[in-house]
Ligand binder design. Structure first.
Ligand SMILES: [Fe+2]
Length: 353
C-alpha cells in the first residue's frame, strides 16, 4: 500500500470542522486485519479531525457498533472471522443510512462493485493515496450535510405550516369575536364567506381559488377590531367622523394580516372589499378591473348580506328587494353584473324573463 504522510500544509487537515455544524458525530470505525493499514489510516484520519475506533475484523466491528455511533465505517473486504461483505450486510440491517466504504485489493474489485450494489458508498482500491481517502470522506460529508440541511428545511417548513395554521385559526376566531361585538353583525363573516363561495362556484373557479375566497371573506372585516364598539353598535345613522373611522377597517385589516405568510393571498380581499367599480369606494378609490378580482366577488356577497340583515336603524330587505337593489347597482356599473348574476342564480333569485 502506498501512502503519503499528511503535511502541516495539508488543506484537508481538520476536514471535519467545516461540516461540524450539520454532522455532530465525528466518529469513524476502521476495520482491517492489517495492523499497519489501520495505524497509518487511523493516524491520518485523527489528524483530519476525526475520532477513530479500530477493529481487526467484522466480529470486533459488531461489538463497537453495538455501543457506539459512527457516521462512517471503512472496512476491508477480506478478513478472517467475519469479512467486509458480511459486515456491510449487518450494518445495513442495523442502520440503512450509515455510510460504508470498502477497502479492496486488486483481485477483489468485483466484490467491491457487488458491495456498492448492496449499499456501500464507494470503495478504495489498494494501494491508495491518503488524498483518495480524503476525497471520498469529503463526498460523504457533503452528502450527509446536504441531507441534514434538507431535513432541517423540512422541519422548518413543517413548523411554519403549523404556525401558519395556528395563526389562521387565531385570525378566524378573531373575526368571530368582531362579528359578535355587535348583535347586528353576528355571523356576518360566515354568511359573506358562504355567499362568496356560491358566486365562485357559479363562476366555476378552481377549488383552490374558491377556498382562498372563502378564507378572505371570512376575514374581510378583521380590521374592525380597531373600530370602537359604540360606532359598530350605534342605534342610528353615523356622523361623518364616525363613518370615516369605519372606513379605516379595510386597510387596517390588510395591515394586520400582511405579516402572516399563509394569509398573503387574501390581503387584497381584505383591503379592497369596499371598492366600487366606478371608483367611488374606499380605501383606494380603485375602478373596474383595477379592483382585485376576488375582492369584487366578496364585495357582492358582503353587500347582499348587509342589506338582508337587520341594522340598528333599519329593517332587513327581503331577498327579492336585495336582488333588485344589486341588479340596479350593476346597471349603474357600481358592482360587477356578472358576479351579481352568479349570486342570484345560486340563490334562485334571477328575475323571470
Ligand atoms: Fe367591511
Amino acid at each position: 500500500m502506498s501512502e503519503s504522510a499528511p503535511s502541516s500544509s495539508n488543506p484537508l487537515l481538520n476536514l471535519f470542522s467545516s461540516y461540524a455544524e450539520y454532522i455532530g458525530n465525528r466518529k469513524i470505525l476502521l476495520v482491517d486485519d492489517e495492523q499497519g493499514v489501520r495505524k497509518s489510516l487511523s493516524l491520518y484520519l485523527a489528524r483530519c479531525g476525526f475520532k477513530v475506533d479500530e477493529a481487526e475484523n467484522g466480529l470486533q466491528a459488531k461489538d463497537f457498533l453495538s455501543s457506539e455511533d459512527y457516521f462512517l465505517v471503512i472496512t476491508d473486504i477480506t478478513m478472517p472471522e467475519m469479512d467486509g461483505l458480511d459486515l456491510l450486510k449487518y450494518i445495513k440491517t442495523l442502520d440503512r443510512e450509515m455510510d460504508v466504504v470498502m477497502i479492496t485489493g486488486h483481485m477483489n474489485i468485483e466484490f467491491a462493485i457487488d458491495a456498492i450494489k448492496k449499499g456501500a458508498f464507494d470503495y478504495l482500491k489498494k494501494p491508495f493515496m491518503l488524498e483518495d481517502v480524503s476525497t471520498t470522506i469529503t463526498r460523504i460529508l457533503e452528502k450527509q450535510t446536504l441531507k441534514m440541511k434538507s431535513l432541517e428545511l423540512e422541519r422548518l417548513k413543517e413548523r411554519q405550516t403549523v404556525e401558519n395554521r395556528q395563526l389562521t385559526e387565531f385570525m378566524t376566531a378573531l373575526a368571530n369575536v368582531i362579528d359578535a361585538k355587535s348583535t347586528f353583525t353576528m355571523q356576518h363573516s360566515e354568511r359573506v364567506s358562504e355567499y362568496s363561495v356560491r358566486i365562485a362556484t357559479e363562476l366555476a373557479l378552481p377549488e383552490k381559488e374558491i377556498n382562498l375566497i372563502a378564507l378572505g371573506a371570512r376575514l374581510h372585516d378583521v380590521g374592525k377590531i380597531a373600530t370602537p364598539d359604540y360606532i359598530l353598535n350605534k342605534d342610528g345613522p353615523l356622523t361623518k367622523e364616525e363613518y370615516d373611522i369605519i372606513k379605516e377597517h379595510p386597510w387596517r385589516g390588510a395591515e394586520l394580516i400582511k405579516p402572516i405568510t399563509s394569509l398573503q393571498n387574501i390581503v387584497d380581499i381584505v383591503r379592497h372589499h369596499h371598492e366600487n367599480n366606478d371608483g367611488t369606494g374606499y380605501p383606494d378609490g380603485l375602478e373596474g378591473d383595477h379592483i382585485p378580482f376576488h375582492a369584487r366577488i366578496v364585495k357582492i356577497a358582503d353587500y347582499y348580506d348587509a342589506v338582508t340583515s337587520t341594522r340598528p336603524y333599519r329593517k332587513p330587505m327581503s331577498q327579492e328587494q336585495a336582488a333588485e337593489l344589486l341588479r340596479d347597482e350593476a346597471e349603474k356599473k357600481r358592482v360587477e353584473g356578472e358576479f351579481v348574476n352568479a349570486l342570484l342564480t345560486q340563490m334562485d333569485l334571477l328575475a323571470p324573463v
